[in-house]
Ligand binder design. Structure first.
Ligand code: OOG
Ligand code: MG
Length: 255
């Protein structure tokens, strides 16, 4: 089998060139531990080029996402500064293979978190919460993958955008949300779709951080995971997500 480093390079190249590749698991056998090692190494290549680590994303934290992708275990990925999209700004479609968007909620941390913690301890580390959208873009052809493939591919991370930051003292357990394309609703849901309460996603993130030996740091953003299924993006689309009480976040898919 190819070594983990060469698989990391393959994925890093696919992401840089926006070129789909075949699922790694079709040609290689690798464990979930190997998959996270490939992810770690491929992000290290990005960081070596100057991309700063800015947080962590959770994946498959809702039934809607699990059912859409046919995978039923939580996963996580690493967020870097080059993935940040600006609220209301153009999103450069050409930099992606086949991007999709999903509504999420973002946590901004004011204290580090790691290990087995209670929801109360997780909340105490949150500076602010924001309505957010994640742009996912699998580096695999046809957006098809097994769990080890998608973990190696940094959980399809490619972009994220956060809206206004709000106090975490407001109850965000069940906030309605509507994601729309050019004013037409395409996904309707609630933050309760994320593990029944998005705070559980942050608790799980702290546990994953311990497994990886990489604490969640103050100043980092944690993306809680899609509350609904993801929608494919096309150029010429104004994408907006409004979340009850928290506000709205948007971007424009440029040609
Ligand atoms: C994998 C990433 C999942 C989420 O929010 O559930 C994810 C994918 O669906 O491509 O980002
Ligand atoms: Mg996501």
């Amino acid at each position: 089998m190819s070594d983990l480093q060469s698989l990391a390079v393959t994925l890093d190249n696919a992401a840089q060139n926006a070129q789909a590749i075949a699922q790694l698991s079709h040609a290689e056998q690798f464990s979930m531990a190997d998959a996270y090692e490939i992810q770690k190494r491929s992000i290290a290549l990005r960081v070596a080029r100057g991309a700063k680590r800015v947080g962590m994303k959770m994946g498959f934290t809702s039934r809607a996402k699990m059912i859409q992708m046919g995978l039923f275990d939580m996963i996580w990925g690493r967020l870097t500064a080059d993935m940040v999209l600006e609220d209301g700004a153009p999103m450069p479609f050409k930099k992606y293979v086949h991007p999709r968007v999903e509504p999420e909620i973002a946590f901004l941390l004011k204290k580090p978190l790691i290990g087995s913690i209670t929801p109360m301890q997780a909340l105490a580390a949150v500076e602010a919460i924001a309505p957010a959208m994640e742009v996912i873009d699998s580096r695999y052809a046809n957006f098809k993958f097994a769990l080890n493939d998608v973990v190696a591919d940094n959980a399809s991370s490619s972009g994220f955008v956060t809206g206004p930051w709000n106090s975490p003292t407001l109850d965000f357990s069940n906030l309605g949300l509507v994601m729309s394309f050019n004013g037409r609703p395409v996904q309707i849901g609630s933050t309760a779709g994320i593990l029944g309460h998005p705070l559980r996603s942050l608790v799980a993130a702290a546990r994953f951080a311990e497994e990886a030996g990489e604490p969640l740091e103050a100043g980092w953003i944690v993306m809680a995971g899609g509350a609904t299924a993801a929608e494919a993006l096309k150029p010429g689309t104004w994408v907006e997500m409004e979340m009850q009480s928290l506000g709205r976040v948007a971007f424009n898919v440029a040609a």
